[in-house]
Design a protein around this ligand. Sequence first.
Ligand SMILES: Nc1ncnc2c1ncn2[C@@H]1O[C@H](COP(=O)(O)OP(=O)(O)OP(=O)(O)O)[C@@H](O)[C@H]1O
Length: 329
Amino acid sequence: MNPNEKAIEVMDLSVQIKTDDGTLPIVSGISFHLKKGETLALVGESGCGKSITCLALTKLLPSNTTIYPMGSILFEGNNLLESSSEKLRSVRGREIAYVFQEPFSSLNPLHKIGDQLIESFLLHGLGSREDAEKKAIYLLERVGITDAKHRLEQYPNQFSGGMLQRVCIAMALMCDPKILIADEPTSAIDVTIQLQLIELLKELRKEHGMSVLFISHDIGLVSHIADRIAVMYAGKIVEQGSVDMVIDSPKHPYTKALISAYPSHENIGKKLVTIEGIVPSPKSYPSGCRFHTRCKDKLEICTTSIPKPTIVSDSQTVECFLYGGKESA
Ligand SMILES: Nc1ncnc2c1ncn2[C@@H]1O[C@H](COP(=O)(O)OP(=O)(O)OP(=O)(O)O)[C@@H](O)[C@H]1O
């Protein structure tokens, strides 16, 4: 596998949602890519547009309220934003699979776990029911669920939250997807189990040769799993780069603030820094750089102009006037 080959490339993606308050710019011209076999973390505070971005990748948002005015999502030679509904159905679950924050949202309480696990395998015509059941048993055991054959006959309410999230991970892997999108997969799980699930995802990524897009608000947590990080703020990606660069040498004032606000081992005994204010609502994004209303380092230009991406090192790009930002990288 060529380590620089891209599994998916998102260019200038914008998503607007029609609401009673008008059409809101939820995601505004973001670009990023996921290389084959790597994990990219999309990080940012609640409401910055992470979930909408990951649903937009396979157009999983309701078409009557969602507008994709421009941009492209290149996957296996196709622009998914221009693909037919049939093509998108063949990609979802089969080539790009999801694990969501709340396992109960992905599972039907009235159906046996086994039937739910094998559904997409059969739907995509990957083999017989017997093949599907064998694979389901293998994957349940692989994600750490013992007595898997017996478990296939049980219902979601017979599993703990952590167990159900393991079931959802197994379910996402049933069709050997090329990309796994994990949207806050450990947020609803007890912290003691969080790191176990992260380790499991790391192992599965290697075994299955997948690429993983890991969504989280927790910059400390993603440093355990990601190769690269993209930091999102108010519908835009403000900084992206390798984990080492973004964590050890953050550039954007928002990334710096997120890291200082993280309760880490190094911060024991120190007062945690809070980021003043809240993420602005898409109803009233400020002009210029959307972070300027909370930024301690803002310049005059930040209130009126939008910074362009600037390459600050081989593996790091930032959108901030403190580092240039007037010309596109
Ligand atoms: N259907 C919708 N109608 C109107 N606004 C929406 C809709 N879905 C999301 N939004 C708004 O879009 C913005 C981005 O939401 P999104 O769920 O993508 O954020 P997030 O970064 O994933 O946050 P969280 O970590 O809390 O899930 C928020 O301001 C949210 O209120």
